[in-house]
Design a protein around this ligand. Structure first.
Ligand code: SAM
Length: 235
């Protein structure tokens, strides 16, 4: 944990927070913290700074916080991702937050298994937990936006054109396509397909609303590796 995240619910005074949950265990058992230690802290969706650990007991930790820094800027990147299997989804949720992606749209596609939509990982509270793990790792406080879209065609026809306003749309698809550009700072919407890839109909629909099909070269990457490689390329 590189940043101890807290929310308004943890406040017991203007500049004082009290922790009683897994974060207390983390302080006691992982960091092996001591009273008087100084720790990096951040308020979820707020500012970051230092905290002094004023009390560390079996049942509570009390910290005095001074929030003086803004969180790092997000990448101007909207990621549209065909819903991956739950195990991979967990890792991708952490990664998206860690890498600073602004917003994530999880969408259906022909080769997404229907059962994936039933996973408990999609519970909003569970999604937030994975996001917070990623934010804590990379020292950020701002939770990415998330949207779940279970119908591909209405999403692409009705919603995607609005999302593309003011953004370059890129569709990552293995094949003989131009290489994915490096576009630091340019607002971009990136579409990544499912394990089995997008079917030709879906590629056509995405291209019809303005997505430019690009490739990462001849190696076909696993979805999570494709996310990491493409986001780095666009960072
Ligand atoms: N057999 C599938 C196909 O040919 O489309 C492979 C899909 S790949 C495992 C999953 C997703 O990762 C793809 O839909 C694409 O978005 C992205 N991806 C993986 N390797 C890629 C590459 N070399 N170029 C562009 N996108 C890639």
């Amino acid at each position: 944990m590189n940043l101890l995240l807290f929310s308004d619910l943890d406040r017991v005074g203007t500049d004082r927070i009290r922790l009683t949950d897994h974060r207390l265990q983390h302080l006691r058992e992982v960091i092996d913290a001591n009273e008087g230690d100084s720790l990096r802290v951040g308020e979820i969706n707020g500012r970051m700074g230092e905290a002094e650990l004023v009390k560390l007991a079996q049942d509570e930790a009390v910290l005095d916080v001074a929030l003086v820094d803004d969180p790092p800027p997000k990448l101007p990147l909207t990621l549209v991702l065909a819903l991956p299997r739950p195990k991979m989804l967990r890792r991708i949720l952490r990664m998206v937050a860690e890498l600073g992606v602004e917003s994530l749209h999880l969408v259906n596609s022909y080769r997404v298994e229907k059962s994936y939509w039933q996973t408990p990982v999609l519970d909003p509270a569970v999604i937030e937990d994975y996001f917070l793990e990623g934010l804590s790792q990379s020292r950020d406080t701002v939770v990415p936006e998330i949207a779940l879209r279970k119908r591909f065609k209405p999403f692409v026809e009705d919603e995607l054109p609005h999302l593309l306003e003011g953004r370059r749309g890129l569709l990552a698809h293995p094949g003989n396509y131009p290489p994915c550009p490096r576009s630091a700072g340019r607002p971009t919407l990136l579409v990544i397909g499912p394990e089995g890839g997008f079917i030709p109909y879906e590629v056509e629909k995405l291209e019809a609303v303005g997505c430019e099909t690009v490739s990462l070269g001849p190696r076909i990457l696993r979805v999570e590796n494709a996310v990491a490689a493409l986001v780095s390329q666009l960072s």
